[in-house]
Design a protein around this ligand. Structure first.
Ligand SMILES: [Zn+2]
Length: 310
């Protein structure tokens, strides 16, 4: 059981973990304070719930692994409290502005979900749930943009697209600050969204293979306990998605299906709007992977997308 505590816990030499509360599942999210020559580098800020005690922590830089609300949400609050500059992946910052910085995103998402077969009343509900987060996301427009191979206080920036297109991790001396790229018990969500990279699941599996190759000795995730066999965990998650791909493929046996219809087969039951939204996006990332592999065909007309077996 992980407590919600701002009291930092040392999880590796020179690395403190802070745990932020989260009103929705999984109930907490971690940030990390990394000791550097000049002070602390804070990685991820939690949701912007307005109660983050950054002032006295000695933070001199803030890095963001990805733009999801529970990681980027309190960034502006942390900047206000510390005066520290923000570093964010270049692709991630673009998507962050697109999703959280403009009102155009919500109608775009609505139209897109409708094209994926989501019934109108459910589309409205999905969007409503999504917009609950907006008030807790305080990102900053001026960030130093990071790319693969950049260095931050001796840590290498590694781009691991998949869970988010622009997800970055930091790697040094066999320690990976992993964000949501690698999680211990749950598998990171991998969804297709409008304007996302075309094959997020393919990206994710390649990024996991890369973790296996880099073979860090420890991964510090955004949720859950430290992972002491990151390569093994990465391979486990790849395997899981191979199984999910096979299930998704057999879901197309009886003719064309929309992403929404198939999500109801793969993730049955009344999930509630928030979980259904993830289920549809997750199903679509698997369908698009099957298309890339020649195991499914995307079709449909009148702007209504369906998938069939080839
Ligand atoms: Zn995330």
């Amino acid at each position: 059981m992980i407590e919600h505590t701002f009291a930092p816990v040392e999880v590796a030499e020179g690395i403190l973990r802070v745990t932020y509360p989260m009103p929705m599942k999984p109930g907490h999210v971690h940030g990390y304070l990394v000791a550097t020559d000049e002070g602390y580098l804070l990685v991820d800020t939690g949701l912007g719930l307005g109660d983050a005690p950054w002032g006295s922590a000695g933070i001199e830089r803030i890095a963001i692994t990805h733009f999801h609300p529970d990681h980027v949400g309190a960034t502006a609050d942390a900047v206000e409290a510390t005066g520290a500059p923000v570093l964010q992946g270049a692709i991630d910052h673009y998507q962050c502005e697109k999703v959280w910085g403009s009102d155009a995103w919500v109608p775009e998402l609505a139209a897109w979900f409708a094209r994926q077969g989501v019934p109108p009343e459910e589309t409205a509900e999905l969007l409503e749930v999504g917009s609950v987060y907006r008030q807790f996301v305080h990102f900053v427009p001026e960030a130093r943009l990071l790319r693969e191979g950049d260095e931050v206080a001796g840590w290498s920036v590694v781009e691991f697209p998949g869970h988010a297109d622009g997800h970055i991790c930091l790697l040094k001396d066999g320690v990976l600050i992993a964000g949501d790229h690698l999680l211990p018990r749950i598998t990171p969500a991998v969804g297709l969204y409008p304007d996302s990279r075309p094959d997020p699941l393919g990206d994710f599996m390649a990024s996991l293979e890369r973790v296996a190759e880099l073979a860090p000795r420890l991964a510090l995730p955004g949720h859950g306990d430290p992972i002491d066999d990151p390569a093994g965990r990465a391979r486990e998650i790849v395997l899981h998605h191979h199984e999910r791909l096979a299930e998704t493929e057999s879901g197309l046996r009886d003719g064309p299906r929309s992403g929404y219809e198939l999500s109801c087969t793969l993730f049955p039951g009344d999930l509630g709007a928030a979980q259904r939204r993830f289920a549809v996006a997750e199903t679509l990332s698997h369908l698009e992977r099957l298309v890339v592999e020649g195991r499914a065909v995307r079709g449909g007309d009148d702007g209504y997308v369906t998938y069939t077996q080839p």
